[in-house]
Design a protein around this ligand. Structure first.
Ligand SMILES: NC(=O)c1ccc[n+]([C@@H]2O[C@H](COP(=O)([O-])OP(=O)(O)OC[C@H]3O[C@@H](n4cnc5c(N)ncnc54)[C@H](O)[C@@H]3O)[C@@H](O)[C@H]2O)c1
Length: 418
């Protein structure tokens, strides 16, 4: 019989409650959720009931929560700016940790995290879920098989999608760098992490350009109002809250427990609740009248110590999301989109690998969330081979931190490691 580890969750929102909490709660032979902490009582109550955590083990105050060590493992899924403080506190209390990305947007804090981990001897896994997603693992396997020869160049595109940009990075939690990490870390730390993983080398130099170009007051269409509800463009503007949250919700058969609708209003989602949220809450604001400052497009150029070059293009202005990747090696090339991996070994017939066949469709991030929770158990068991250790994650965080520094210096070329 396998050992059952006790788990506490700090931040039971979309990730801590809905993603990891629900997954961890499935594996009753491996994990037992015993304590929850969140500033929101409604979430504590909902997930407390769902996970069978009694009232005396639900905390609205993190100070109260950290008074005692309450479990073997702590899942940290609070907002971006809280991760560093919560992770250091968790190490001090002796927890092994699963922590959401981004860890921090600050180089000194990266060092502080590694030092704290070393000092307290705790284990930590970072939620770079895509390293565990079968499609990206398959790509890694092909690159490492040598089929395309020696990897020379990576060309990576992150099409955010117009409505996702509006939802998360104009109206939502990641819109302003006073409360969240800059876009290159908040959205693209997965991309940088994967590029670094495939390059298998430390990044040597980096430069970046990009800006917030469109979602600003000066681009407001004529006659548009500050909130969608009274706006003359509410039925035609693609960024209208009514089109994104009501029209799309109907197109997807009115899901009651799905993102992004469960961010706009509490589960179970209903049309009445969405309409009320649009009328009163942040998701009903006009996209040209928000307090957002994060970029809507950004390009990063990288040179790795082993000579591999890479570019990353993040762009809000796409109809669909879904990363697109091209990798060029000395004996072949690889292309990946949402549906296929196309392998062209020079002089050989094209090979097409269907991504659908690789996906664990019922689980978030193409099965990455599930595999991460499985890897977490391996970490707790002390087994080696963790892909997203704190050390590995700090490497790609440094790339993001330097990319942002470069962008703010008009694309100045910077060394990643001084
Ligand atoms: N790995 C991924 O692919 C992925 C995907 C989405 C989000 N994220 C990251 O996960 C983190 C959480 O995102 P989310 O979408 O779940 O956000 P969320 O807002 O749904 O959940 C965060 C929760 O933390 C709670 N909270 C905030 N401060 C707290 C404190 N001091 N003490 C206790 N609770 C506190 C909030 O009340 C909220 O319920 C973010 O950092 C985000 O960037 C990662």
């Amino acid at each position: 019989m396998s050992k059952i580890y006790t788990v506490a969750i700090l931040g039971v929102g979309a990730r801590g409650g809905n993603a990891y909490g629900k997954l961890i709660n499935k594996f009753t032979d491996k994990y037992n959720i015993v304590a929850l902490c969140d500033q929101r009582e409604d979430r504590l109550e909902y997930y407390g009931e769902l996970f069978g955590v009694g009232e005396k083990n639900r905390f609205t105050s993190e100070d109260e929560f950290f008074k005692e060590k309450r479990a073997d493992l702590l899942v940290i899924a609070t907002p971006d700016t809280a991760h560093i403080g919560h992770t250091v506190k968790a190490f001090e209390a002796g927890y092994d940790v699963l922590v959401e990305k981004p860890l921090t947007d600050n180089e000194e804090e990266c060092k502080r995290l590694l030092e704290a981990q070393k000092k307290y001897g705790c284990r930590a896994l970072v939620c770079h879920v895509l390293r565990y997603a079968p499609a990206y693992t398959k790509l890694y396997e092909i690159v490492n098989s040598g089929k395309i020869g020696r990897l020379i160049d990576i060309n990576w595109t992150e099409p955010v999608g117009y409505w996702h940009q509006a939802h998360s990075y104009v109206r939502g939690n990641w819109r302003n760098t006073t409360d969240s990490a800059p876009m290159i870390l908040a959205k693209c730390c997965h991309d940088l992490d994967l590029i670094q993983w495939y390059a298998k080398s430390k990044c040597k130099t980096i430069s970046s350009i990009g800006s917030l170009d469109f979602f600003k007051k000066e681009n407001t269409p004529e006659g548009a109002t500050e909130r969608c509800q009274n706006c003359p463009h509410k039925d035609s503007c693609p960024y209208s809250a009514y089109r994104i949250y009501i029209e799309r919700w109907h197109q997807f058969d009115c899901p009651t427990h799905e993102w992004p609708y469960n961010v706009v209003t509490a589960e179970p989602v209903s049309e009445e609740k969405i309409r009320a949220a649009i009328e009163a809450g942040p998701y009903g604001r006009c996209v040209f009248h928000c307090d957002n400052n994060v970029v809507d497009h950004q390009t990063v150029q990288m040179l790795f110590e082993n000579g591999i070059t890479a570019t990353l293009h993040m762009n809000a202005f796409t109809n669909h999301g879904g990363r697109r990747v091209a990798m060029h090696g000395t004996y072949g090339e690889l292309y990946m989109d949402e549906k296929t991996i196309t392998l062209d070994v020079f002089g050989e017939p094209t090979e097409i690998i269907k991504i659908d066949a690789l996906l664990e469709a019922d689980y978030g991030h193409g099965g990455g969330d599930l595999k991460l929770v499985e890897a977490l158990y391996e970490m707790m068991e002390g087994n080696a081979g963790l892909e997203t250790s704190l050390e590995a994650s700090v490497e790609s965080h440094l790339m993001g931190i330097k990319a942002e520094e470069s962008r703010l210096s008009e694309g100045k070329l910077l060394l990643v490691h001084n």
